[in-house]
Design a protein around this ligand. Structure first.
Ligand code: SAM
Length: 177
């Protein structure tokens, strides 16, 4: 059971497989209907008022589903990803949903100037206590079909400790299961 390192090549392969741009509109609408989006939108609206013209960046964007949802509310979205294939697919995704964004090809660990002070970071990670996810990942890794490279799930406590130890204020932790 060997998991590949998380590299540009690994993600380029993942995004080469995600092709069906005829589904782009429904992908966005399905995500728009989730509790997760409703919580994010409520929180951002409470903090910043109108989302119109709010500057947001989705780091490790992939196709940028959340940047797209925010753009559809009038925010100015930037997508940052180190995989050229991810950004290529993201551009199609935005075009098909009639949305605009800025695209930055680069390593998130090398872009500290993109992060503004006094903002909110929304961190979406796999939940350590989500049995279906853990079983699926274990079986995929066992049979060598896991294609996302290294991926580590977190518990609420671990996330809380990371925030406290890095001097960030923790607003809330929302577990989707
Ligand atoms: C699981 S996808 C997340 C896609 C999307 N943000 C979402 O929540 O559905 C992770 C993305 O992060 C990108 N990524 C991973 N490490 C990165 C890094 N160091 N710099 C930039 N992008 C990175 C990968 O290329 C991939 O597209």
């Amino acid at each position: 059971m060997r998991v590949k390192k998380n590299t540009i090549k690994v993600w380029d392969e993942v995004w080469s497989d995600v092709g069906l741009d005829t589904e782009d509109i429904s992908i966005l609408e399905v995500e728009r209907a989730t509790i997760r989006w409703s919580r994010i939108k409520t929180r951002l609206s409470k903090e910043f008022g109108n989302l119109k013209n709010l500057k947001v960046i989705e780091i490790g964007s992939g196709i940028g589903t959340y940047a797209a949802l925010l753009a559809s509310e009038g925010a100015k979205s930037t997508l940052l990803d180190y995989s050229p294939k991810a950004l290529k697919r993201a551009k199609e995704f935005f075009k098909n949903n009639k949305l605009k964004a800025e695209y930055v090809l680069g390593d998130a660990l090398d872009f500290p100037q993109q992060i503004k002070k006094n903002g909110i970071a929304i961190i979406i990670v796999p939940n350590k206590y989500n049995p279906p996810y853990r079983i699926y990942k274990f079986i995929s890794e066992f049979f060598g079909t896991w294609k996302f490279g290294e991926e580590y799930p977190y518990s609420r406590k671990e996330l809380k400790d990371i925030c406290i130890n890095s001097n960030h204020e923790l607003i809330s932790i929302f577990a989707s299961c």
